[in-house]
Design a protein around this ligand. Structure first.
Ligand code: TXA
Ligand code: MG
Length: 319
């Protein structure tokens, strides 16, 4: 299959409107979409990514008001979250409308819904004739794509079109809140922080651990994620690092590596926001450079630091 790269939202939407598979920019990470009115074509997303079939997709809408066409019995908590955070980096899990095909939700009675704020994404979604089901546009298990070049690297020849945009502003996937029950439950940390969510819904709960034997609330959480080819080692600030690898090693964090010499790549971030933005791109650069071990400095567990902690911990578990 030939993969067209375009900066025309109109051209990209015309692919969606004929049941094709299109990657597009959002403020979190790039998405890989198919229109939900083409249930047979949704399958192509799972094939292109190598994604397990029991991991449901997020449905992307052009306007906040469109949630009423994808969800049902939407309660006051969900409405409040929409009012405060849509459009933006937040996904709400709602009871699904009967119009959502089961292949999108992996047979669940709920659906994840997001309205991105990125202007190119909004323009594109407005031109699509139905909402767009899309996971992150990366090979399953690998770091999400935060640039169109990363999408091309992973998915060239496997998808019809890539809509070009700037590198993603946030760099980590959306916050997910399950609003299908009361009180809502935070399932995934992202740029909408727990502090901000508590400001709107004080009763919100934090999702339980995902290591028990019960079916996970968010099926995707049980799979390996975000992993570069390199081994990830987590370290606390100031901890002495004694690189033990024969292969080149790299460092990413808020401070300089404690042992100055020998790092083939070093990325010192000025803020946690910057750390989030560059993390996946850094992982991919390390893979290109043949780095064997990446030392990730643990950021403070507040604000978007929680989302970074979550991703680097998952990446380390996938070693
Ligand atoms: O920022 C994002 O959320 C990006 C952009 C493209 O929107 N998308 C994204 O999709 O990260 P994905 O598929 O990589 O992650 C979606 C997560 C998965 O862990 C999936 O299990 C969960 O959302 N999810 C989707 N629908 C769900 C549902 N009905 N109930 C619980 N979890 C759900
Ligand atoms: Mg993903």
């Amino acid at each position: 299959m030939q993969t067209i790269v375009t900066d025309s939202a109109k051209e990209a939407a015309s692919y969606i409107n004929s049941g094709k598979i299109v990657a597009f920019p959002t403020e979190t990470v790039y998405g890989l979409g198919v229109g939900i009115c083409y249930p047979d074509a949704i399958e192509n997303i799972f094939i292109a990514k190598g994604r397990p079939r029991d991991n449901p997709l997020i449905v992307h809408i052009a306007r906040p008001a469109d949630i009423d066409s994808v969800g049902r019995e939407i309660g006051s908590d969900a409405r409040k979250l929409v009012k405060h955070f849509f459009p933006g980096p937040l996904t709400l899990v709602l009871k699904k409308s009967h119009t959502i095909p089961g292949v999108v939700t992996a047979g669940l009675d709920t659906v994840g819904v997001r309205c991105p704020s990125n202007p190119i994404a909004r323009n594109f979604l407005e031109l699509c004739l139905c909402p767009v089901a899309a996971p992150s546009a990366n090979t399953s298990g690998r770091p999400s794509s935060t640039s169109w070049e990363a999408v091309l690297h992973d998915l060239k020849g496997k998808i019809d079109c890539i809509l070009k945009g700037a590198p993603s502003d946030i760099g980590l996937e959306s916050t997910i809140v399950d609003c299908s029950n009361t009180p809502p439950i935070l399932l995934r940390n992202g740029a909408v922080t727990i502090e901000e969510l508590l400001g709107v819904i004080p009763e919100i709960r934090i999702g339980e651990n995902r290591h028990n034997d019960e079916p996970p609330k968010s099926p995707g959480l049980k799979y390996p994620h975000y992993a570069p080819l390199a081994r990830i080692l987590l370290c606390t600030s100031g901890e002495t690092v004694i690189p033990e690898s024969e292969t080149p090693y790299a460092w990413i964090g808020l401070t300089q590596p404690p042992v100055a010499a020998g790092f083939a790549l070093v990325r010192q971030c000025g803020t946690t926001v910057e750390y989030a933005r560059v993390l996946f791109d850094f992982f991919r650069k390390c893979d290109t450079r043949g780095i064997g071990t990446i030392y990730c400095e643990l950021p403070p567990a507040k604000g978007i630091g929680r989302a970074i902690l979550d991703r680097i911990t998952r990446a380390a578990e996938s070693n």
